[in-house]
Design a binder for this molecule. Structure first.
Ligand code: P6P
Length: 338
């Protein structure tokens, strides 16, 4: 950070989204108010992630979630603040959380026109190690005349109005798209505002980094093995560098800024891979495409998939356009695994 007087030319998330939304003549301000609620949630989670060690929030909470994963105290806290804040906003009808088995249908007194799907604290297995973790969210508008049902969220990711994540690390970075490109904001704890620090993020057409959990190599299908061979032992040029944090928000954030490819493919032990379609695959695919990249299962565009269940999994390859196209070439030579 250069010294000298603080900038007085600051653009906050609220003012920036408001200016974007005002370009829509029919904008009622509801989406802006919903994003304000999401923003407040991210500030709350950021504060508690930062203080976790001191407040003894580290460690398991002794319960498990729908994924069967041990829940950490911060998981529960993050999920509770997300649900309460979205309900209190009065702008939501349906919520789907990674932490809840069933969708949450908002009571009539607090119901609005939007549906939010989210992972309140993704990468939480890394909490105690101080590795970056994050909140991932996507927003659909309810179908016309719908009171808010599961059907309102079992729609292709291409129908999302908003996608974003907030990464909790040395600072809180909120990256969001409302369909007009991708902008990144950094939380200024001094004034409690997300400041526009990365306007119009564009992912490089090709990168030099690949990000896969190669501990699964024994189970990788042939197209993935052949692709990885091609970048680790290239016929010409330098091999790619390996970077894998094991926290999707952190791995995708680096991929967006530096380029390259992130993959969590299907393999012989996990037919659809590990990542969840609704609140991991869709929001990250939406952001990467809005930044000029691609996101595919290896056989189809992730955003085209019509979900059949709220917690279904999806194979993921996302990142720089040319790198993802290289992956697709290896998949074209083989049929989709059964
Ligand atoms: P693995 C974290 O648990 C998560 O859901 C994503 O954030 C991350 O990309 C992935 O799982 C890591 O999975 O099997 O490599 O530990």
């Amino acid at each position: 950070l250069e010294d000298g007087p603080p900038s007085t030319e600051i653009v906050t998330l609220t003012s920036h989204v408001l200016s974007q939304q005002q370009r829509h003549p029919i904008a009622t301000g509801d989406l802006t108010l919903l994003l304000t609620a999401i923003q407040t949630t991210c500030k709350f989670i950021s504060t508690n992630v930062r203080r976790a060690g001191l407040l003894n929030l580290m460690g398991a909470a002794g319960s498990s979630n729908v994924q069967g994963e041990d829940q950490k105290k911060l998981d529960i806290l993050s999920n509770d603040i997300m649900i309460n804040s979205l309900r209190a906003s009065g702008k939501c009808a349906v919520l789907v959380s990674e932490e809840n088995d069933d969708p949450i249908i908002i009571d009539a007194g607090h119901r609005g026109r939007y549906c939010v799907v989210f992972d309140p604290l993704d990468g939480s297995s890394n909490i105690d190690a101080g590795v970056n973790i994050g909140t991932i969210f996507g927003v659909y508008k309810c179908a016309e005349g719908s009171e808010g049902t599961l059907e309102d969220v079992l729609r292709p990711g291409s129908e999302m109005q908003v996608a974003g994540y907030c990464m909790y690390g040395s600072s809180a970075n909120l990256v969001i798209s409302t369909g007009q490109g991708v902008d990144g904001y950094t939380l200024d704890n001094g004034i409690g505002e997300f400041i526009l620090t990365h306007p119009n993020i564009r992912i490089p057409n090709r990168g030099k980094i690949y990000s896969f959990n190669e501990g699964n190599s024994l189970f990788f299908h042939e197209p993935v093995q052949k692709y990885l061979e091609s970048i680790k032992y290239p016929a010409n040029g330098k091999p790619y560098s390996a970077r894998y944090i094991g926290s999707m928000v952190a791995d995708v954030h680096r991929t967006l800024l530096y380029g390259g490819i992130f993959g969590y493919p299907s393999d012989k032990k996990s037919k659809d891979g590990k990542l969840r379609l609704l609140y991991e695959g869709f929001p990250m695919a939406y952001l990467v495409e809005q930044a000029g990249g691609l996101a595919t299962t290896g056989y189809e565009r992730i955003l085209d998939i019509k979900p059949t269940a709220p917690h279904q999994r999806v194979p993921v390859f996302l990142g720089s356009k040319d790198d993802v196209e290289d992956v697709l070439k290896f998949h074209k030579e083989s049929a989709a695994p059964k």
